[in-house]
Design a protein around this ligand. Structure first.
Ligand code: ZN
Length: 498
């Protein structure tokens, strides 16, 4: 399917069915394909013609061939499927550095250790060994520990991020470099996991990751730019033509502008900037010290006025209301199996006034909310903003929205809130089945990442990958949403979540 998607990485524009009265310059025609038009009256066609970045005709091979001039490029699709370019509603460019250990899919300790050891051996001069993409199921009893890393990387610091980026595991050298000991207190919005003796295990959750992150030598701008371009190539090869970046920094902006000025942007970007210009996605210590004012967001207004698309676009902001189920930091009404109800990152009153400010200024708000309590808080904030400002049609969103309270589902449609879900989060791999579902218990797990509940409630739902948490290959995600199976085809029986 990837090859098919490759063939169709065209910028989607409104297609015109045959035949235009005044035929435009046709650069390329694609014939002998199976073209999905998205038009109920004529859902399928054999061929299409393009002029620059526009689709100008769709029809039979014979009809479309008739539009070709002497310099038109003709591509024979040999029966391959053609679909519009995909939009990923939530991901994170520029993505990870290229020179790290990919731990995705390492579902046993032996496999994780093998990948780390191989990389360390092959990169003897690298000052830090960095990996990403592990899941809890890779560790005995689901408990990551520095000793497992020390066993394979002991000569230098090593740090590996969990696949959704909310946790990480450091080896003993990395903890020493960061000055972390049993005397180190948990930072605000973070946790140092400790063993029964109070000794840090090396697992760092949420903001505690900064203690180690701040010591990792940063990639240079040119290295990051090279990674950014490589990741754009990968995304384009999957058929993505536009993406909504759920994060942003001034450095990201410089990367994107450089790519645009060099004419190598392969995707259209819409960025979401941090909800607190100084503090990021949530207030430190859960309480906003000073309310945000209109003057504080002048820079965001300027970005919005400057970048109106089509290639670079601003106008969205992003906040975090909680963490993840896997780390038990998603904010829940009822305790997890094993205890705890997570950490709401915001006070409701602060959230309401902050969201209302952005709503009044005409921004689209994205709130990361995974647990039922956080989702409820997000909906309350959007309701407050609409009532206070008398606004509507802002297309505010809740990101991930994994474990909604069933009673809250009708509010999405009522408030016009978009549910931005991630099909790959439902992939029934060992971590999902052995950690995520177990922590929720059967009642909540039965409607977690059950995408149909939003459709049934009449909500607008948008799929995103949350790449690099998971692959940004849309067809892999659609496969997962439809089959509820892993890429390996397990479990054999289809899982019904509702
Ligand atoms: Zn994300």
């Amino acid at each position: 399917m990837t090859i098919e998607a490759l063939a169709v990485a065209l910028l989607l524009a409104v297609g015109t069915l045959l035949a235009p009265a005044d035929p435009p310059d046709v650069d390329r025609i694609f014939v002998n394909g199976r073209v999905w038009t998205g038009d109920d009256a004529r859902p399928s066609a054999e061929a299409l013609a393009t002029s620059r970045d526009k689709i100008v005709a769709v029809g039979s091979t014979v009809e479309v061939r008739a539009l070709a001039s002497a310099d038109t490029v003709v591509v024979d699709l040999h029966g391959r499927r053609v679909v519009p370019g995909f939009n990923d509603a939530h991901l994170h460019f520029p993505g990870p550095p290229v020179n790290v250990v990919d731990l995705a899919g390492a579902d046993s300790l032996a496999e994780l250790q093998r990948r780390m050891a191989d990389f360390a051996k092959a990169h003897a001069a690298t000052r830090w060994v960095i990996g990403r993409g592990w899941g809890y199921s890779a560790f005995p009893n689901g408990k990551p520990d520095k000793k497992y890393l020390d066993a394979v990387v002991s000569d230098r610091p090593a740090y590996i991020s969990e696949r959704d980026g909310h946790m990480g595991l450091a080896n003993s050298r990395a903890l020493a470099v960061a000055g972390i000991s049993r005397a180190t207190p948990d930072p605000p919005n973070g946790r140092l996991v400790r063993d029964v003796n109070g000794e840090p295990t090396g697992e760092l959750q949420e903001s505690a990751q900064d203690l180690v992150d701040s010591h990792i030598p940063p990639s240079s701008f040119d290295e990051t730019y090279a990674a950014f371009k490589q990741h754009m190539d990968e995304a384009a090869s999957y058929g993505l033509t536009s993406v909504q970046n759920a994060s942003w920094s001034p450095r990201d902006q410089r990367l994107a502008e450089r790519a645009q000025s060099e004419g190598v942007l392969k995707l259209r970007f819409r960025f979401a900037v941090p909800i607190l210009p100084k503090d990021g996605g949530a207030p430190e210590g859960h309480v906003l010290k000073t309310p945000l004012t209109s003057a504080d967001i002048a820079n965001y207004r300027e970005l919005r006025d400057t970048f109106k698309g089509p290639m670079l676009n601003h106008g969205a902001i992003k906040g975090f209301l909680d963490g993840t189920v896997d780390a038990r930091t998603a904010a829940m009404f009822e305790p997890y199996v094993g205890g705890g109800t997570g950490i709401p990152f915001w006070d409701q009153a602060d959230l309401n006034t902050t969201v209302a400010l952005y709503d009044r200024e005409g921004f689209q708000v994205l709130l990361h909310a995974v647990g039922d309590k956080a989702i409820h808080m997000a909906l309350d904030a959007y309701e407050y903003a609409a009532k206070t400002n008398g606004t509507s049609g802002r297309r505010h969103r809740i990101e991930h929205v994994e474990v909604p309270a069933l009673a809250d589902l009708p509010r999405f449609k009522q408030l016009g809130v978009i549910a931005v879900t991630q099909p790959m989060f439902a992939s029934p791999d060992a971590t999902t089945l052995g950690n995520f579902a177990v922590l929720l218990g059967p009642a909540r797990a039965s409607h977690a990442d059950a995408f149909r509940v939003f459709d049934d409630a009449g909500a607008v739902q948008a799929f995103g990958s949350d790449w690099p948490v998971f692959t940004d290959e849309p067809l892999a995600a659609i496969y997962c949403a439809v089959t509820r199976m892993t890429p390996a085809g397990t479990p054999a029986s289809i899982q019904h979540c509702t």
